[in-house]
Design a protein around this ligand. Structure first.
Ligand code: SF4
Length: 415
């Protein structure tokens, strides 16, 4: 049927109304969330920062210095109790758990927490909880220890591998999927081990992509990190180098202008980080990401689905849209693994897929990462997608759109 201009405009306006209705609830959620977050940042976190600086006798320059942040990490329950309201029972349980699984948080990350409410997502990612006592699961569900052909190396794919250079992190995340590597002390791999790893890469010509991780490789001083990166960069068959780090989230002070200057000498270099909640996208964190982006480093985010943190479609949408504003591309969403002590963060694949299904159509494609399950035994990543195919054969396919409409596509000549 032919439509004149006025009719076309009328139909377009009706469609625009329909589309607005699709997103109205999210817009309300966003407005409330941003109002609440602004209050937290401008009043609460600022106050927390002031109290922490007073407690440690720190100057603003100290606070902005990552060495200071690292030196003053909080890892004792009694120190924590000076800031966060904890009952005696909570303190006792936390102290017990910290004997089993190490914990520490930077003063910066502590300043973002809710001092009254332990269920606030930032608290839950950083502070030990009694649920960690649940012994189900495994410490190494991906069998990384069986994909370790040389010191510090994990190899699960034909042409790429991981080099683990340290067991240290700025903060010991409660959901950490590699908590077995996070030892009693901050261990940097010995020069002999790192050299053996680099030799393995040099002698393995099919390796074109090297991911430097840990722990968190940004815990290394600039000189040592540069030594490792430059030696890997010298290997002719290594095309790209990637660094996995959570410091833009947990200690953004680490991303100094000097570090960015050093890293940009070793392009093509990529950084993957892990923001899990929009509350982590502070001014400091955004500045750290922008500094890396200004150095020409593409940054990807690898969120982990975590119950009570981000198993909510609007939270994931807000996070991913906020990341794009900070020039970070949402890259993967990982399904949580069955790591001992993290059962309370577990969600089901169905729950994850519903969130992925919602994202399509409700946000830019750039804000939709790939949902990944890591296969047990080191068999690699399995991408998961909601099912959009209703039926298909050689002549046609019936598909579902993001709004749930069924459509049919045919093929030329029935092929
Ligand atoms: S920064 Fe990464 S490796 Fe370190 S504790 Fe957190 S999740 Fe684990």
């Amino acid at each position: 049927m032919e439509h004149n201009m006025d009719e076309k405009r009328k139909i377009s306006l009706q469609r625009a109304d329909e589309l607005y209705n699709e997103i109205e609830d999210f817009l309300q959620f966003k407005e409330e969330f941003l109002r609440e977050t602004a209050k937290r940042r401008d009043i609460i976190s600022r106050q927390h920062k002031k109290e922490l600086m007073e407690y440690f006798g720190a100057s603003p320059e100290d606070w902005d210095d990552w060495h200071w942040q690292l030196k003053n990490r909080i890892s004792s329950v009694s120190t924590l109790g000076k800031f966060i309201r904890l009952s005696e029972k909570q303190q006792k349980t936390m102290a017990e758990i910290s004997k089993k699984y190490r914990w520490a948080t930077t003063p910066y990350y502590l300043s973002l927490m809710d001092y009254e409410d332990m269920s606030y997502p930032i608290n839950k990612m950083a502070l030990p909880s009694p649920e960690e006592n649940d012994a189900s699961g495994e410490l190494d569900p991906m069998g990384e220890e069986f994909t370790n052909p040389a010191p510090c190396i994990t190899r699960r794919y034909p042409n790429r591998l991981i080099v683990n250079v340290t067991s240290s992190c700025a903060m010991f995340c409660r959901h950490c999927q590699r908590r077995r590597l996070i030892g009693e002390s901050d261990r940097i791999e010995s020069e002999a081990n790192v050299s053996a790893a680099i030799e393995y890469i040099r002698n393995t010509r099919e390796i074109r992509d090297v991911l430097i991780t840990g722990g968190d490789p940004m815990m290394l001083p600039d000189e040592l990190l540069e030594k490792i990166i430059s030696r890997i960069r010298e290997i002719p068959h290594v095309e790209i180098i990637r660094i996995g780090t959570r410091v833009p989230v947990t200690m953004p002070q680490r991303i100094t202008p000097e570090l960015a200057e050093m890293l940009k000498k070793y392009h093509p270099l990529y950084i993957n980080t892990q923001f899990n909640h929009p509350g982590e996208l502070t001014e400091d964190a955004v500045r750290a990401c922008e500094r890396l982006a200004d150095a020409g480093i593409p940054i990807g985010n690898q969120m982990v689905f975590l119950k009570g943190i981000n198993n909510d479609k609007y939270i994931v949408q807000l996070l991913n849209e906020g990341l794009l504003k900070a020039r970070v591309r949402p890259y993967y969403i990982f399904h949580p693994k069955q790591v001992t002590g993290t059962k309370h963060f577990q969600i089901t694949v169905e729950e994850g897929l519903k969130i992925m299904e919602y994202l399509r159509g409700h946000t830019s494609g750039l804000a939709i990462p790939q949902y990944i399950v890591n296969a047990p035994n080191g068999y690699g990543k399995i991408p998961l997608l909601p099912n959009y195919i209703k039926e298909s054969d050689e002549s046609h396919a019936r598909l579902k759109t993001w709004e749930g409409r069924e459509v049919e596509i045919g093929y030329f000549d029935g092929q």
